[in-house]
Design a protein around this ligand. Structure first.
Ligand SMILES: *Cc1c(COP(=O)(O)O)cnc(C)c1O
Length: 225
């Protein structure tokens, strides 16, 4: 399948989900996750109308950035080791995986302008997943209030790997509630209006529950192009 064909199906699904939820499809941003695919396939995504690309490793990001740098908005979506921050910090527009103070300090030190960050939350509490526990999120964000290079634009989660719709829905709903609680605190560098949630297998449910950024790899660009 071409990216264009995949995108047409995804857009239909987004519209239907938005209709069910009373939302505007224009409020959903698609991040094409290109970690499994070539630079050529990433370029195909941009030519199909995608504007946002996501990578989960510094070397993958740098490789694609060196070719497509000025043509996309760049998202770092994976676990970020502090020592890798300096490699990517002046290239990415968004970091979706802020999950600890040592990483926040490194971003603060290396960035030359405010970086849009999602705080990653481990809603499901699975031991294998990264992210802060739900009750750690607000204290963490409060501690960032004087970090001039960090802007907490929202919260991010990875749902449990299941096709149990009720489990997925509960996870996304909990992140939405937490996002609203952070937003209500009106912390200057934490507007926290966005929700990065939903991947190839669960983006429709995520949209119904309030996602504003969905991160699509397999369903959009495939796995081996
Ligand atoms: C790989 C990845 C995705 C995309 O996964 P798909 O299931 O292929 O859509 C989204 N978010 C993160 C953090 C990822 O690592």
């Amino acid at each position: 399948m071409t990216v264009r064909d995949n995108l047409a199906i995804i857009r239909e699904n987004i519209e239907a989900a938005c209709q069910r939820a009373g939302r505007d499809p224009a409020d959903i941003r698609i991040v094409a996750v290109t970690k499994y695919v070539s630079v050529e396939r990433a370029r195909e995504a941009l030519e199909a109308g995608i504007t946002d690309l996501g990578e989960n490793r510094d070397d993958g990001l740098l490789q694609k950035y060196s070719v497509l740098g000025d043509k996309a908005t760049w998202h770092f979506i994976g676990t970020l080791q502090s020592r890798k921050v300096k490699n990517i910090i002046d290239k990415v527009d968004y970091i979706h995986s802020l999950d600890r103070m040592s990483l926040a300090k490194e971003i603060e030190k290396r960035a030359t302008k405010p970086v849009k960050c999602f705080v990653q939350v481990n809603v499901s509490g699975e031991a294998t997943k990264h992210g802060l526990a739900v009750d750690e999120v607000i204290p963490f964000i409060e501690q960032l209030h004087d970090f001039s290079h960090i802007q907490v634009v929202g919260l991010m989660t990875m749902a449990p790997y299941t096709d149990d719709e009720a489990v997925l829905r509960a996870c996304f709903r909990q992140l939405k509630l937490l996002q609203e609680n952070v937003q209500a605190l009106q912390i200057a560098n934490a507007p926290c209006t966005e929700l990065s949630m939903g991947m190839s297998n669960d983006y429709v449910i995520a949209i119904e529950e309030g996602a504003t950024f969905i991160r699509l790899g397999t369903a959009l660009v495939g796995k081996q192009f």
